[in-house]
Design a protein around this ligand. Structure first.
Ligand code: ASP
Length: 270
């Protein structure tokens, strides 16, 4: 579906959603869209993506930020990454134990010295833990200057070993942005890291395939190799074509442009 820029698309994870979860998820997605979109007035796609993801991290509704799941030792380790398409600047944080993972990733991007950093604090306390079956959060945005930005933030997988890192902070896996596309992935990191689906979507779009066909083809490939119930993605191209695809029961997601706001968990076209 094509939207007039500026446009922002967000997700709250691919998974199986209980009826009781859906309203909370949808309301939070909507709030993230509205707050992210508001940033286009002051800033660019980067501010929009960070604000939308930060809103979802702070909500405690998803497996990110305050809702992050605990590892097998009972504390949280968050991963996040963010990338700017036009400049290919990227920043990723791994194993962050407190604070906002997306804001830390942004700091790393802005510092520009390294792309990936581990948390080197020794803090081990935990927040409340996610209460719904939702997952990782992510956002992609296109601003009026044609900047495409992608970001993803997660608490990872419940019960993971301390030190485990998933796909979410890794460019090309959990997110990717170029002059062609911005993509954010969610699902089982151990699968996503082997396929690098966000990078593959960029390759397909640069070969001339639509964002919609590219997402569908990459996810179908994952399904063919690993079976269902393991991945979802959102994507946006430089013309404002937005798409979402998943092989799970549902994926909480939404889109906002100056024309409309739409939020879905199951069927619906973004
Ligand atoms: N991809 C994330 C991870 O493996 C989890 C998720 O998307 O739910 O850490």
């Amino acid at each position: 579906m094509r939207y007039k820029s500026p446009v922002i698309v967000v997700h709250g994870g691919a998974g199986s959603w209980r009826i009781t979860d859906q309203e909370r998820a949808k309301n939070t997605i909507k709030e993230a869209l509205v707050r992210g979109f508001e940033e286009f007035k002051r800033g660019s796609a980067i501010e929009a993506v960070v604000e939308a993801i930060y809103t979802m991290e702070e909500s405690g509704v998803f497996d990110a930020g305050k809702g992050s799941v605990k590892n097998s030792m009972g504390y949280i380790e968050m991963d996040a990454g963010i990338m700017i398409g036009n400049t290919l600047q990227a920043g990723g944080i791994m194993g962050l134990r407190e604070g906002s993972a997306i804001k830390r990733a942004l700091e790393i991007l802005k510092q520009g010295r390294h792309v990936l950093m581990i948390d080197n604090s020794k803090v081990m306390h935990s927040t409340s833990g996610s209460v719904i079956s939702g997952d990782t959060v992510g956002a992609v945005a296109l601003d009026n200057e044609g900047n495409l930005v992608a970001g993803t933030s997660t608490g990872g997988i419940s019960g993971k070993l301390p030190g485990r890192v998933g796909d979410s902070p890794i460019p090309g896996a959990g997110y990717y942005a170029t002059t062609n596309v911005a993509v954010s992935s969610t699902g089982i990191g151990e699968i996503i890291l082997k396929i690098l689906p966000a990078k593959e979507v960029d390759i397909l779009v640069s070969m001339g395939f639509s964002i919609e066909d590219s997402l569908r083809s990459v996810i179908n490939k994952v399904t063919k190799i690993f079976g269902k119930d393991n991945i979802g993605m959102i994507g946006l191209d430089r013309y404002g074509n937005a798409s979402a695809y998943y092989n799970t029961k549902g994926m909480a997601r939404g889109v906002m442009s100056s024309e409309e706001v739409k939020v879905f968990v199951f069927e619906g076209e973004i």
